[in-house]
Unconditional design. Structure first.
Length: 347
């Protein structure tokens, strides 16, 4: 007796997902006419027979989600975005869905290329994770017809369904803590205008600085990456002030905080005895950090859960939308900071 042809067999031959095959054969939306015809023709050729008697009320719909991210956020080592992708994948699997990760290099960003998984109809919805160069980010948002959500990035000119951590208020809380520990001169580490996340954390830092009457000096603002490419050069960036040294730095992420600790050590400063360091994310890529970093932990699990929730609802209802959804994190105090005096009051 010949083996029954399954949807997965058809999908494998055409390089598309089982969900796409199912939609094409059942007349659902989300599949191009050209692909629908190919699937139906191949199904007939292979002798596919639809199984009868299935209780559709008990079936769980399954989708394939694409996650697209810029190459510079992954690199050779694990990164914050690897962790976020893993959270997305696990959340999707709990909903009987699957994920595909596509990494976009800098050249493809400039060439404004549509992700292959979209062109090849391998996904039903997409997560745009992290910041891309402005022109490519706009290109994606305006040229992707399938449901999508922005994760850990913001659209400047329009309102899109977006999931982000509460970057500004998290940075505000961390900087307030440094003033509470008696610091009067607090620097900021992060390249402004490089990503929306860095900008929001910088605004939180500025809000706290203004409320405490601190005039931010230019030499206290330290870049951690190239604004255009996002690449970081240890010898070019993280330039420590040669005079008027702050007693504390708020770094836009824990990786930058860890680099600052090494830089300060090279120049004869001790953390936290001479300079306090605070970060953001609750993530570093160094398995052997010199000291535990005071930080603001992003709730990546909730961000992933919310993103999957939005995509599932958008797939069921094209008119569904949430706008910007901000998720709070949690402040964590560790040994990279210390008290140097009485709290600095607000003005």
């Amino acid at each position: 007796m010949p083996k029954a042809v399954k949807l997965a067999d058809i999908g494998q031959r055409l390089g598309v997902s089982t969900v796409t095959v199912s939609k094409a054969l059942s007349g659902q939306k989300g599949v191009s006419n050209e692909m629908r015809m190919k699937i139906k023709q191949l199904a007939d050729e292979m002798g596919y027979v639809k199984t009868e008697g299935t209780d559709k009320s008990k079936e769980r719909k399954s989708y394939t989600f694409g996650i697209v991210v810029a190459e510079r956020y992954l690199g050779e080592n694990n990164s914050f975005y690897w962790r976020l992708y893993q959270e997305l994948s696990q959340c999707a699997m709990r909903k009987n869905c699957f994920t595909i990760l596509e990494v976009v290099n800098y050249e493809d960003e400039h060439a404004q290329k549509i992700p292959k998984m979209v062109l090849e109809h391998k996904i039903e919805a997409m997560v745009i994770m992290g910041t891309f160069i402005t022109e490519y980010a706009k290109f994606l948002r305006h040229n992707i017809s399938i449901p999508h959500v922005l994760l850990d990035t913001l659209a400047n000119e329009e309102e899109y369904d977006t999931v982000v951590s509460n970057n500004m208020m998290g940075a505000y809380q961390v900087t307030n803590y440094l003033f509470e520990m008696g610091h009067k001169k607090i620097g900021f580490v992060g390249t402004r205008l490089a990503t929306s996340s860095i900008d929001d954390r910088y605004f939180g830092y500025l809000k706290s600085a203004m409320e405490h009457g601190m005039d931010v000096q230019p030499e206290w603002l330290i870049e951690d990456r190239d604004r255009d490419t996002g690449q970081s050069d240890y010898n070019v960036h993280y330039q420590i002030p040669k005079q008027n040294m702050p007693t504390a730095f708020f770094c836009n992420n824990d990786v930058a905080a860890n680099v600052m600790i090494r830089k300060l050590d090279e120049q004869g400063y001790s953390v936290p005895e001479d300079v306090s360091i605070a970060g953001f994310d609750n993530y570093i890529d160094d398995p052997f950090p010199k000291i535990g970093i005071t930080t603001y932990a992003i709730n990546t699990g909730e961000m992933a859960k919310r993103s999957v929730h939005i995509l599932l609802h958008k797939l069921e209802d094209p008119n569904y939308g949430t706008g910007v959804y901000m998720i709070d994190g949690k402040f964590i105090e560790r040994k990279s900071t210390r008290r140097i005096g009485p709290p600095i009051p607000c003005i």
